[in-house]
Design a protein around this ligand. Structure first.
Ligand code: ATP
Length: 306
């Protein structure tokens, strides 16, 4: 984060609360984090792959992106893009630089720009195409953006509490913010990210890149999230740290949170994803299982360079 951070923690918390009720930060919000932590004990029959298969059999997608065309001004970025995410799965969206991955996530989260001029985005059966980011986040979609928004002058613990501040701030303005399904408690978050517990009093700005990524994901889990969208969580991380973040993502998924993972690191993404989409110039050029993509040398070479 930038050097324009406020001086005091109180000022900072207030700014964050304000920011999180607006377009930018509301991308980070709610799913069933508590259930997630409870299930973290791990039961094979309840693995994300098994649950995704069951959901697919029922035919109801958690998220459907249907024939979407999205633009930045006159630039036509997403072209008739369709994809879906099943409840309980880890789905990855891959593609080269500039393919339109972040634009897809922003379109789903209701962040503008881009403008979605055509097509429909449905979540849990509701048409959310024209919803605000606030409404989308309150339905249970969280986006952890590429730039890992943490507040450098606040401790790890204070960063985690900002979600509560934002929720209370919202309540003071009479918004319908449900407290019935809170996200993970601090203890549950620390179970997923023990490293953060060790550093709970440390200023976020002094954390390593990997630890900041963990904190950014942890902040999303503090809210009730059904679909966690991660934009390039492995970017700039050393292989060993990627392994740690990967394990945490798997733990979150096994505990019940559906994941949509955007990555440049296709090999790492395919390791944990049940299914994959590859996009190029805003169009889907591959949709299938991770195994299928791994075996599809032509697609990998042509669109992913691996
Ligand atoms: P990367 O992996 O490099 O982040 P990406 O697949 O996420 O790439 P996007 O960020 O979605 O790609 O960008 C898709 C295209 O849209 C690119 O050509 C990019 O230059 C353009 N673009 C992105 N944001 C804007 C914007 N705010 N205004 C205009 N064009 C934009």
């Amino acid at each position: 984060m930038s050097s324009d951070a406020p001086d005091s923690a109180a000022d900072e918390a207030e700014e964050v609360a304000a920011a999180e009720s607006t377009d930018e930060a509301t991308a980070v919000e709610p799913t069933d984090g508590v259930a997630a932590a409870e299930a973290a004990a791990g039961d094979d029959a309840d693995s994300h792959a098994a649950r995704a298969t069951a959901a697919a059999a029922e035919g109801d997608h958690l998220l459907s992106v249907e024939d979407v065309d999205a633009y930045y001004g006159q630039s036509h970025i997403l072209r008739d893009l369709s994809m879906h995410v099943e409840e309980g799965e880890v789905c990855t969206l891959l593609g080269r630089n500039g393919a339109g991955k972040t634009t897809t996530l922003r379109s789903i989260a209701g962040a503008r720009p881009p403008e979605v001029r055509e097509g429909t985005i449905r979540f849990k059966g509701s048409d959310i195409t024209d919803y605000s980011t606030e409404d989308i986040s309150s339905l249970g979609i969280s986006l952890v953006p590429e730039e890992r928004r943490v507040f450098p002058n606040l401790s790890v613990e204070e960063n985690l509490h900002l979600s509560d501040v934002a929720r209370n701030w919202s309540n003071t303005f009479g918004r319908d913010v449900s407290m019935e399904h809170p996200g993970m408690s601090d203890d549950e978050v620390y179970e997923v990210f023990p490293r953060l517990e060790e550093r709970r009093s440390q200023k976020a700005g002094t954390l390593s890149g990997g630890e900041q990524q963990m904190l950014a994901i942890a902040r999303a889990l503090k809210q009730d999230t059904d679909l966690l969208m991660l934009d390039e969580p492995y970017e700039g991380l050393a292989p060993q740290i990627i392994d740690t973040v990967e394990e945490a993502i798997e733990q979150i998924a096994d505990a019940g949170t559906t994941i949509l993972l955007v990555e440049q690191n296709a090999v790492a993404a395919m390791n944990i994803a049940d299914r994959a989409y590859v996009i190029d110039q805003g169009e889907v050029v591959f949709a299938g299982g991770s195994e299928e993509l791994r075996a599809d040398e032509k697609t990998r070479e042509q669109y992913l360079g691996v």
